[in-house]
Design a protein around this ligand. Structure first.
Ligand SMILES: NC(=O)c1ccc[n+]([C@@H]2O[C@H](COP(=O)([O-])OP(=O)(O)OC[C@H]3O[C@@H](n4cnc5c(N)ncnc54)[C@H](OP(=O)(O)O)[C@@H]3O)[C@@H](O)[C@H]2O)c1
Length: 256
């Protein structure tokens, strides 16, 4: 069983996928964990399976939902905050529902920013704390067909890198977790089911590997956590590839 330096944690998007596994790992390690999502029955089932799990039902696309979770963090007894809730919308930008895109920006960007602020407002004066923001390798280049999603994740990575530098002198660890393709409900929710047939098995990482990597990297105070050798190589290649070529390659991959 893993051992962590945190006594308490709050994980958003814990009703499925990466967040659910991360919350389970934390609870099994004896970390009291508040789990946030909209589907209360999923959160209750998680609390039944693991001791020390406390459900907090909130819709992070809403002002009210963000306020409830920010207030929970402001209580001051949360050591680790994981901003994991997020989703994408696959398709040609001009054909997509603008209200859904607005919700996507609200959850991926606005809620994450507000909860990061709530976390650091407590952690920096305290001189300790851990903040893990879940981004994506999609944030390292534009992604035609997932344009808004890639833009939100570019924001998450940039924000988190800045916060890492600001918080480090205060003893607070801030890390961006940047997974590649991971089999969760994300593909169904994001209208990207075709990815399962389109991409070979070696490109897929498991949610277990992603959750473990994220927690280990925030403990180690890494700025960026990229799970999987294939994605570490991809990110290294991206860093030395001209911008136009990254964009074209991304468009070809997305078209399938
Ligand atoms: N899977 C991938 O290939 C992949 C790759 C890179 C990055 N990521 C990122 O990893 C994170 C976790 O995704 P996942 O793959 O685990 O997907 P997932 O299985 O679909 O889980 C997404 C979680 O976000 C929550 N969520 C979505 N909208 C919400 C809202 N309005 N309010 C509160 N919670 C909300 C969902 O809970 P409810 O529906 O119950 O509210 C769910 O618990 C996301 O930020 C995603 O962008 C995923």
């Amino acid at each position: 069983m893993a051992e962590y330096p945190f006594r308490s944690a709050l994980v958003t998007g814990a009703s499925s996928g990466i967040g659910e596994i991360m919350a389970g790992r934390l609870a099994d390690a004896g970390v009291a964990t508040t789990v946030v999502a909209r589907r209360s029955e999923r959160l209750d089932a998680l609390a039944d399976r693991h001791t020390g799990v406390e459900p907090l039902v909130a819709d992070l696309a809403t002002e009210a939902g963000q306020s409830v979770v920010a207030a929970r963090i402001a209580n001051g007894d949360v050591d680790l905050v994981v901003n994991n809730a997020g989703f994408g919308t696959n398709g040609d930008f001009h054909t997509l529902d603008p209200d859904r895109l607005a919700d996507e920006i609200e959850v991926n960007v606005a809620a994450l920013t507000r909860l990061s602020h709530a976390a650091l407002a407590v952690m920096v004066p305290r001189g300790s704390g851990w903040l893990l923001n879940v981004s994506s390798v999609a944030g390292f280049q534009p992604a035609p067909q997932l344009a808004v999603y890639a833009a939100t994740k570019a924001y998450v990575t940039s924000l988190t890198e800045s916060l890492h530098e600001e918080a480090a002198p205060h003893g607070v660890h801030v890390t961006a977790l940047c997974p590649g393709l991971t089999k969760t409900e994300f593909q169904r929710v994001s209208n990207a089911d075709r990815y399962a047939d389109q991409f070979p098995s070696f490109v897929w990482t498991s949610p277990d590997e992603v959750a473990r990597c994220g927690l280990e990297c925030v403990v180690a105070n890494r700025t960026l956590a990229v799970p999987g050798t294939q994605y570490k190589l991809m990110v290294a290649a991206t860093n030395i590839t001209p911008r136009w070529l990254r964009r074209r390659a991304s468009a070809i991959v997305q078209r399938g």
